[in-house]
Design a protein around this ligand. Structure first.
Ligand code: NAD
Length: 405
């Protein structure tokens, strides 16, 4: 079993083989500033009380307040949250925003809860953790299975408990509750900007074939954005499996189909495939947009994509990474590729604190500028150190954090 935190630390070690950094900094980056484990009692609809395990990891705040999403998943545990918090520290530094790294979660399958139970659980997480949160201390956001509505409940609970009315303690809120234009598609769009900035350097064709694992916030938005820009999404999957059509899938039709049928299988004019098959499809760009540890030493030799755009966090294990690097498959790493989400979260925080409203165009223009400049910096750092883009991204981040110590 791959431990995501051990994998994250291996990634750090691999960077240090290429370039040396301040030893105090590296020591600090080997563990979080604070990892908090809580139990959350929730009164269920049948009047019994159930206890859920919750987490908040504050990795480091050298660049600014701890920042990172909250994940609701039955497999969520402390090593996963620690890894995600570490990657957030690196990610914020890659894009140069004044935020540190954090992450939170609850071990729960949210599909098994009623709406009121989910609301009580979300408010319960805030009740236990409000003492560490705050606009200048620790600013959570959505991640897997957490939505703008959940962020609204959490913001409301935090306001009730503390009297803070800035709304800047949580990002990813609904638009009418202090959210930012463009936060919904930000991760998928940012990922597309990164890909587009590198497309020619990576010698990809003008029209690429794309396979996407995951059909949630990130995967769905990415599929729509790639299609809108003339690329062909030939395969996509969710937790129940996927569909494939070499001529390209009609994504709008697929969204409607899933709404009606609850899954993707038997979508007209497509072949149903498993998640394993999706990863091994012959395509220009493979986009993992679901979970960690999807491309491993077990399946890496079957991967046929030319480029992997990591929109999920931690989808490629370090041993698989080495194989891909030696075979010349470029991996655009998560800490760059999915940083559009936290960048627009930072915009939301900034707007809340200044009492401003930015139009969608303003948000997307600012996002494009940050994605382009960060991507080219990462590319230059990879080339000048004769290494891959992941190490290029880590070098960009470590230089930034080191300069602020
Ligand atoms: P989500 O809950 O909206 O969607 C997750 C999707 O993955 C769902 O479609 C689910 O069916 C699918 N899935 C689950 N198991 C799968 C499997 N084994 N194979 C294929 N698909 C599977 O979550 P999201 O917000 O889209 O997050 C996806 C990934 O992107 C996560 O790794 C998350 O950490 C990362 N990420 C999200 C954001 C954001 O802004 N939401 C930002 C940065 C990174």
């Amino acid at each position: 079993m791959n431990n995501p935190f051990e994998n994250a630390m291996l990634q750090l070690d691999k960077v240090l083989n290429v370039k040396k950094f301040n030893e105090d900094l590296i020591l600090r980056l080997r563990q979080p500033d604070r990892d908090i484990r809580i139990s959350i009692p929730v009164k269920m609809n049948d009047q019994t009380t159930k206890i859920f395990d919750g987490y908040r990891v504050e990795y480091n705040n050298i660049l600014g307040p701890y920042k990172g999403g909250i994940r609701y998943h039955h497999d969520t545990e402390i090593n996963e949250v620690k890894a995600l918090a570490f990657w957030m520290s690196i990610k914020c530094a890659v894009v140069g925003i004044p935020m540190g790294g954090g992450k939170g979660g609850i071990s729960v399958n949210p599909k098994e809860l009623s709406k009121s139970e989910l609301e009580n659980l979300s408010r319960g997480w805030v009740k236990k953790l409000s003492y560490v949160l705050g606009p200048y201390k620790d600013v959570p956001a959505p991640d897997v299975n957490t939505t703008p509505e959940i962020m609204d409940w959490m913001t409301d609970e935090y306001t009730k408990l503390t009297g803070d009315t800035t709304k800047a303690t949580f990002t990813g809120k609904s638009l009418d509750k202090g959210g930012s234009e463009g936060r919904g598609p930000a991760t998928g769009l940012g990922g597309f900007y990164v890909f587009d900035s590198l497309r020619e350097q990576l010698k990809l064709p003008e029209v690429c074939t794309v396979a996407i694992q995951g059909f949630g916030n990130v995967g769905l938005n990415a599929s729509q954005i790639f299609t809108k820009h003339g690329h062909k999404v030939i395969a996509i999957s969710d937790s129940k499996g996927g569909v494939y059509n070499q001529d390209g899938l009609d994504i709008d039709e697929l969204v409607n189909y899933k709404k009606v049928n609850g899954n993707l299988s038997n979508f007209p004019n497509s072949k149903s495939i498993s998640n394993e098959e999706l990863l091994e499809i012959d395509c220009d760009v493979l986009v993992p947009a679901a979970f960690e540890n999807q491309i491993t030493k077990e399946n890496v030799n079957n991967i046929k994509a030319k480029v992997i755009l990591e929109l999920a966090n931690g989808p490629t294990t370090p041993d698989a990474d080495e194989v891909l690097f030696s075979k010349g498959v470029e991996v655009i790493p998560d800490v760059l590729a999915n940083s559009g989400g936290v960048t627009v979260s930072y915009f939301e925080w900034d707007q809340n604190l200044k009492g401003e409203y930015w139009s969608e165009k303003e948000v997307f223009d600012k996002l494009l500028h940050i994605m382009n400049t960060s991507t080219q910096k990462v590319y230059e750092n990879a080339k000048s150190n004769n290494t891959d883009l992941r190490r290029g991204a880590f070098i960009t981040a470590l230089e930034k954090i080191q300069s602020q110590m």
